[in-house]
Write a protein that binds this ligand. Structure first.
Ligand code: NDP
Ligand code: 8X3
Length: 254
């Protein structure tokens, strides 16, 4: 049987990296994307050691529409037949009240989490529409279902992802394309280091005294979502660490 092809955005770390690895181990050839080519090369090496699947690196900034188009246009016929798109690239920048927010931080979140997802989805869905098959999985968040103090713009971008997951599902349905949402609670990745602009001490405090989710926990859920039979679609999954009851209720005593 020939391998399917999955394109995972933001595969240079965290949830995207773990997803690329688990999909490769389950007979997907994987296109891994992100801005940091050196990190993508490390992921490629790890995948090659742990699976027989093929890996292609596409290094580009997803918030730039021209770069997204060029990246997808650069694919050879063999790699163009993308069966699964995992829209994972995303970030939070800053954690402050709306009134104290930095406009450049807002723009980075909006440009990456919303516009980047749209640019790449539009381009890849053209290919899926022509092939009358495909599956798009958007990585949302508990922050797309609830808001929390100082989460403002990040929460707004993830609420937008939530709306786009529903809207894309409707628009792509006649073309035989599934659209799913996977929404995690707190996952320990590079997320908080990025949010706090490299302050590792501040980032590690987020996970102090609790057991968060790990990237592999979400990757396993994504594998489940993409491996359902053709007549089944998982519309939406909210996955929380046991110690987190909601956006704002986290129990550090267990
Ligand atoms: P990481 O910071 O570990 O990974 C984020 C990935 O996104 C990296 O591979 C990064 O690659 C990529 N990325 C960020 N900006 C861009 C850009 N402009 N162009 C291309 N790639 C980009 O965090 P996570 O793994 O935690 O985050 C993955 C997704 O999960 C995000 O959408 C996040 O919002 C979501 N999420 C995370 C949760 C958490 O608690 N960690 C909870 C719920 C959802 P590079 O830097 O190389 O460009
Ligand atoms: C990331 C989880 O709770 O920090 O989406 O917003 S949270």
């Amino acid at each position: 049987m020939t391998n399917k092809i999955a394109l995972i955005t933001g595969a240079s770390s965290g949830i995207g990296e773990a997803t690329a690895l688990i999909l490769a181990k389950n007979n997907y050839n994987v296109i891994i994307t992100g801005r940091r080519e050196s990190k993508l090369k490390e992921v490629e090496k790890k995948i090659s050691l742990e699976s027989d699947s093929q890996v292609l690196i596409l290094s580009f900034d997803i918030s730039n529409q021209v770069s997204c188009e060029k990246a997808i246009d650069s694919l050879s016929e063999k790699w163009k037949n993308i069966d699964v798109l995992i829209n994972n690239a995303g970030l939070a920048v800053g954690l402050s009240t709306f009134q104290d927010g930095i406009v450049d931080d807002w723009e980075r979140m909006i440009d990456t989490n919303i516009k980047g997802l749209l640019y790449i989805s539009r381009k890849v869905s053209e290919i899926m529409i022509a092939r009358k098959t495909g599956h798009i999985v958007n990585i949302g968040s508990i922050a797309g279902k609830e808001v929390y103090p100082n989460g403002n713009i990040y929460c707004a971008t993830k609420h937008a992802v939530e709306a786009l997951t529903k809207a894309m599902r409707i628009d792509l349905l006649p073309h035989g394309i599934k659209v799913s949402g996977v929404c995690p609670g707190m996952v320990e990745t590079e997320f908080s280091v990025v949010r706090f602009k490299g302050d590792e001490e501040k980032a590690s405090k987020v996970y102090q005294g609790l057991t968060p989710l790990y990237a592999e926990d979400i990757a396993e859920v994504i594998l489940f979502v993409v491996s359902r039979p053709p007549h089944v679609n998982i519309n939406d999954i909210l996955v929380m660490p046991t110690i987190q009851a909601s956006s704002t209720v986290v129990f550090r005593g267990l």
